[in-house]
Design a protein around this ligand. Structure first.
Ligand code: AMP
Length: 282
């Protein structure tokens, strides 16, 4: 595995590969790997003859009061994991390489970025789309792999790809979880022991909604109320950011389930903001 830090070198290598008839899979990440990242890399390994993993804590997707400076980092361990998963290149852009000081061009899908996480993180998805577009141009992958844990992110990327006719296939991988159901996240390390002990209740609440939906409940308001009541009892350390029922593809809010209902949430547990989601119908 090569570690590249120059966008130009990455682009040149990928150009050569494409000329040689290789098909490239790309896995964009911010590092501090867990089994969720590994499952994306394993899928990327299956989808392409070459695998590029990018590791970049993208400053433009962090708001002014977010955890950019504190975001956990361990490049050595990450490199060992990417190597183990069969990456051909780990791209860790050097400081200043991705954004010129007068960078002024943005890629946005505003209608899909207003709700859910976008309500409390108004510039987040603009930063994500812009950096993913840059990576798509540098690598020109045949396939790019994203995680279902960040459902809104992959839905927005899919729309960007469709709207801009980008010749890449988007693959979405299921959420990897701890044994107690908590979605794996690099940010879980911010939780105290007490917060970590309660955090799996988030998932329990979403699973309760799914059971109710499967038993015939179609009202988004009633499903939401049931989860909020459950969390009031079981998740007292949590501070709700949002809990919404939306169409899984368009992310439009739903009053009543339509066959593609997704419940998504974000909850602050101390310094950690934890997100999760569940498809309410099969
Ligand atoms: P991050 O490094 O957190 O920006 O995540 C990089 C990619 O890994 C994104 O596509 C995420 O959706 C995905 N990802 C993060 N956590 C998980 C998880 N627990 N299971 C599966 N994929 C994940």
């Amino acid at each position: 595995m090569q570690i590249l830090t120059s966008p130009q070198e990455l682009a040149a290598l990928c150009r050569q590969w494409r000329t040689d008839g290789e098909s490239i899979a790309l896995v964009p990440t911010m590092g501090y790997y867990h089994a969720g990242h590994e499952s994306l890399m394993a899928r990327g390994r299956e989808c392409g003859s070459k695998l590029v993993v990018s590791l970049f804590v993208n400053p433009t997707q962090f708001g002014p009061n977010e955890d950019l400076a504190a975001y956990p980092r361990d490049h050595e361990r990450d490199a060992a994991i990417a190597r183990k998963q069969g990456a051909d290149v780990l791209f860790i852009p050097e400081d200043g390489a991705m954004y010129a000081p007068d960078h002024a061009t943005w890629v946005e899908v505003p209608d899909m970025a207003r709700g859910l996480c976008g309500a409390s993180r108004p510039i987040h998805f603009r930063g994500v789309c812009t950096v993913v577009m840059k990576l798509f141009w540098l690598v020109q992958p045949a396939v790019a792999v994203f995680g279902q844990k960040d459902w809104q992110q992959q839905a927005i990327i899919r729309r960007m790809v469709r709207d801009m006719n980008i010749p890449v296939r988007i693959e979405t991988q299921p959420t990897m979880r701890e044994a107690d159901g908590l979605a794996m996240s690099s940010r879980n390390v911010y939780m105290t022991e007490a917060e970590r002990a309660q955090a799996p209740q988030m998932r329990q609440g979403l699973e309760l909604a799914r059971r109710l939906a499967q038993a015939g409940e179609t009202s988004a308001a009633r499903l939401r109320d049931a989860v909020l009541r459950y969390w009031a009892e079981q998740l007292p350390l949590g501070r709700l950011d949002y809990l919404s029922v939306v169409d899984a593809d368009t992310l439009e809010p739903l009053d009543s389930l339509n066959g593609r209902g997704l419940m998504a949430c974000a909850v602050h547990m101390g310094k950690s903001r934890i997100i999760d989601n569940i498809l309410l119908q099969d």
